[in-house]
Ligand binder design. Structure first.
Ligand SMILES: Cc1cc2nc3c(=O)[nH]c(=O)nc-3n(C[C@H](O)[C@H](O)[C@H](O)COP(=O)(O)OP(=O)(O)OC[C@H]3O[C@@H](n4cnc5c(N)ncnc54)[C@H](O)[C@@H]3O)c2cc1C
Length: 429
């Protein structure tokens, strides 16, 4: 039986598994294994909500073992550490617990086809002190650790008259930084309602951006202005044209000589693929992304595919696919088609991947949502407020339907909706 190993059960990986699990794994046509460092999946674009408690992992997390049993794949927890391409084996690093005690030894898994989709990690650009003092939003475990810190500090500072402010510095004003900044204000509002003694001016969020405007990647000026206005209305202090040169335990030093004091720092400035990819004997670019042909097949090995944030996939106009949720999803689903063809004919012709920008959304918590859609029309259509919020939440619903299948997916979403209504708006333990 064809052995398929997928490394990375993220935004793209889970949709791929939903597809090949139901069509191949469940029908006994292929032996599919998922490898992931975590034991559950949460859509990465919602990690900022997990970090503030707006999203409850108890409701939204998908357990890989349970999902695999229902969908037709096996799950092996562990971190990718190598590939033996001659003997077609994936190597997983020994797994240790929080105290560094080994739980599982190094393991090897056989494959006929290997799919690598381990996403991206935040790029610290080698700036001193970032790794030591900043928080990151790359993994669900990091988001959950951050939630504990945020809640503890709100509790501590609200009760302590010596603290005028709870100062947060967020570096990077892309979707992650902007959405996290707005989420912090949402969390403060809800906690106040739960009896935390948070004065209206306790929370002070600094958003630091090297470019000369927030959301520099957002092409539409009117949307960019709407984001800027909303952030300022919330009282968020925006520092554009500001390069951080060093991070200390007390705050951030900038190139222009400013020192931005902070009690909690979050680094969300740029991404690169995980370092391990540059050690696999596959060609990678400077950002550690695996170089693939346009059909997502590694340029070094036709049995290896890669997609999403960790792949450099060329496009007909000479550009490369951007690291976005929609890219990961579309590439992963195409790889699913390839695997189904290759299982029957290992010389099958594989379709190239062509990136179509389907638009994008920025959700500033309950305060405002903006986006651009219908991109087949010149310039697309800009949307604001509840219609934008509706489309934004629909993207998550579509992800859940792809993972669970249409029938189970609808029930899961209905159940999630009811649980959200019945449970506290913010998870505080
Ligand atoms: C807060 C936030 C907001 C975002 N908002 C948007 C948005 O609005 N629009 C948009 O298009 N994109 C957004 N993104 C980016 C989007 O989430 C990513 O582009 C997308 O998740 C990439 O999908 P992927 O499948 O390539 O990787 P991921 O979804 O990152 O999945 C990677 C998986 O690999 C696993 N993994 C990592 N390392 C290893 C290893 N060594 N061994 C085994 N497993 C490993 C991880 O646990 C994870 O499950 C946002 C990201 C963040 C953090």
């Amino acid at each position: 039986m064809t052995k398929i190993v997928v490394v990375g059960g993220g935004a793209g990986g889970m949709e791929l598994l939903g597809k090949i699990g139901r069509k191949l794994g469940k029908k006994g046509k292929a032996e599919i294994t998922l490898v992931d460092v975590c034991d559950h999946h949460i859509w990465k674009a919602l990690l900022h909500e997990l970090a503030t408690g707006s999203l409850d992992e108890g409701i939204n997390a998908v357990d890989y073992r349970v999902h695999g049993a229902n969908t037709g794949y096996r799950f092996e927890q562990g971190a990718l550490s190598g590939i033996d391409r001659i003997n077609r084996k994936v190597i997983l690093a020994p797994m240790t617990d929080k105290d560094g005690i080994e739980v599982l030894p190094e393991r090897q898994i056989d494959y006929d086809y290997l799919v690598l989709g381990i996403g991206a990690v935040t790029n610290d650009f080698g700036i001193p002190g970032v790794k030591e003092h900043c928080n990151f939003l790359d993994l669900t475990t990091q988001a959950m650790d951050l939630r504990q810190k945020i809640l503890t500090r709100f509790l501590q500072y609200a009760k302590n008259p010596d603290h005028d402010h709870f100062e947060i510095a967020i570096v990077g004003s892309g979707a992650t930084g902007v959405e996290m900044a707005a989420e912090m204000h949402h969390a403060a509002d809800i906690l106040r309602g739960y009896g935390y003694e948070i004065s209206p001016d306790l929370l002070k969020v600094n958003l630091i951006e090297a470019a000369d405007r927030v959301m520099p990647g957002l092409e539409q000026d009117s949307l960019q202005k709407a984001v800027d206005t909303q952030l300022r209305d919330l009282g968020i202090e925006i520092h554009t044209g500001t390069m951080v040169t060093e991070v200390t335990a007390e705050g951030m030093k900038t190139k222009c000589g400013k020192f931005i004091q902070a009690d909690l720092m979050i680094w969300a400035a740029g991404v690169k693929a995980p370092e391990v990819l540059s050690t696999l004997d596959l060609q990678t670019n400077k950002a550690n992304q695996i170089k693939v042909h346009q059909n997502c097949q590694s340029i070094d090995d036709p049995r290896i595919f890669s997609f999403g944030d960790c792949a450099e996939c060329p496009q007909p106009d000479g550009s490369f696919t951007p690291p976005r949720g929609q890219t990961a999803r579309q590439m992963a689903l195409l790889i699913g088609d390839h695997l189904m063809k290759l299982r029957k004919d290992d010389k099958a012709e594989l379709k190239p991947y062509v990136y179509h920008n389907l638009g994008g959304f920025v959700n500033m918590s309950k305060f405002h949502t903006v986006g651009n859609m219908f991109t087949f029309m010149k310039g697309g259509v800009n949307v604001h407020g509840w219609p934008a919020r509706f489309v934004y939440t629909t993207l998550y619903r579509r992800h859940m339907l792809a993972i669970h299948g249409p029938v189970k997916g609808v029930f899961m979403l209905a159940l999630n909706g009811m649980q959200r209504w019945m449970r506290p708006e913010l998870k505080i333990w």
